[in-house]
Design a binder for this molecule. Sequence first.
Ligand SMILES: CC(C)(COP(=O)(O)OP(=O)(O)OC[C@H]1O[C@@H](n2cnc3c(N)ncnc32)[C@H](O)[C@@H]1OP(=O)(O)O)[C@@H](O)C(=O)NCCC(=O)NCCS
Length: 106
Amino acid sequence: MQEMIGDCGLTLQKIDGQMLPEIGYHIRRDHQHKGYAKEAASAVRDWAFQNLPYPALYSYCKWTNTASIKTAEAIGMHFDKEYPDDQNGITHVSVIHRPMLERQES
Ligand SMILES: CC(C)(COP(=O)(O)OP(=O)(O)OC[C@H]1O[C@@H](n2cnc3c(N)ncnc32)[C@H](O)[C@@H]1OP(=O)(O)O)[C@@H](O)C(=O)NCCC(=O)NCCS
């Protein structure tokens, strides 16, 4: 039987006042810790760099959301910044830049 266990995709999000391409992910609790978010976010990262001109991709979450931050880091992202906001108290931003080789070729 096929069933929905989560979602992952690219959207434009307002991050610290800027509209930026963000990889978001949610996996149903009973299917977490199986590598699904990493697998899905990696595919979105690769698709975005191959098909869209963005120089960098972002993920953001509440600063205490270790699972989300670790998922971002698992696909090659690193710490970009943290900033205060009403919803999260402090929002943590991770970023991955387009690989240098591709930037030189294009
Ligand atoms: C964030 C979330 C999508 C991760 O989903 P997942 O399928 O369990 O993640 P994965 O199994 O693919 O793990 C990805 C990486 O994060 C790490 N990780 C996942 N959950 C973790 C946790 N609770 N604590 C520490 N590390 C964690 C894994 O070890 C893995 O790293 P590795 O490849 O270096 O070992 C899931 O926890 C979730 O849906 N959370 C609620 C929604 C949410 O917060 N979404 C993001 C912000 S909007």
